[in-house]
Design a protein. Structure first.
Length: 255
């Protein structure tokens, strides 16, 4: 994981400012475009995702440090290819270049598979494989002491059989005492709240609230949580305590 310092994308200077193509906010008092959250564009000829840092987000160096740790743990992360003077970080895109940003996200991939479940016999198998891979990614992050702090399914990217992690502007390094499951649950609770939110948004997308449908999504979310926890360096008794505590904190019934 290196920040490239080539002619087209120096770390300082205007050469590292990406040309934005979508999801940008226009019309500030000076009449210039600016990045509100994240946008997609190009740096030279290279497609990139652009992210603006601010006083309440990680600095480029902090993001790079966390990215390196994730990469060493075998987690797919985008490469930082440029940082501008204005604090915009340009990342390489991961996932299929033939798909848009949303279509590459885990949320987009899951919704597509759910929409064709009745027509394509392999859709259910692909769905479970994607969820299993995403859970392993999150579980590995936690096991090495990294919180994403916003692991919404839009911030997880499907790349073939792997799930990558993007948008690390709020990620943090934490020390977790795995011998104390209640304290570990308290530290990790914010990530689990976003996971539960993602499943709720996934579950209500264009569907009605019949009993069988609700049970279906409850089963998916429960299995997802169990797969995450399986990566933790805890014995089974502590894992059970952890799961009960997370269920209480997130007000869910997946235990």
């Amino acid at each position: 994981m290196v920040i490239r310092r080539g002619k087209a994308n120096r770390l300082s200077g205007r050469d590292a400012e990406p040309r934005l193509l979508g999801k940008i906010q226009a019309g500030d008092p000076r009449g210039k475009t600016f990045i509100r959250y994240s946008s997609f564009g190009r740096l030279g000829k290279r497609p990139v995702i652009a992210l603006r840092t601010s006083h309440d987000t990680n600095t480029p160096d902090e993001i790079l440090k966390i990215s390196k740790r994730l990469s060493r743990a075998g987690i797919l992360v985008p490469e930082i290819v440029g940082v501008s003077k204005s604090g915009v970080i340009s990342f390489s895109r991961i996932g299929s270049r033939k798909k848009g940003v949303y279509e590459n996200s885990l949320m987009g991939a899951l919704r597509r598979l759910l929409s064709i479940q009745g027509k394509n016999p392999s859709a259910n198998r692909q769905l479970r494989r994607l969820l299993s891979s995403a859970a392993r990614t999150i579980g590995t992050m936690h096991s090495i002491g990294i919180l994403h702090n916003h692991p919404h399914f839009l911030n997880l990217v499907a790349s073939k059989s792997r799930i990558g992690v993007i948008d690390l502007k709020y990620a943090s390094e934490v020390k977790i005492d795995w011998r104390n499951p209640k304290e570990a649950a308290k530290i990790l609770s914010e990530d689990y709240r976003w996971i539960v939110t993602s499943f709720r948004e996934l579950g209500i997308h264009g569907k009605s609230y019949d009993r069988a449908y609700i049970q279906r999504y409850a089963e998916l979310s429960r299995n997802f949580i169990l797969k995450i926890v399986s990566k933790y360096p805890m014995d089974e008794r502590r894992k059970d305590v952890f799961i009960l505590e997370i269920a209480r904190m997130t007000q869910t019934g997946f235990e």
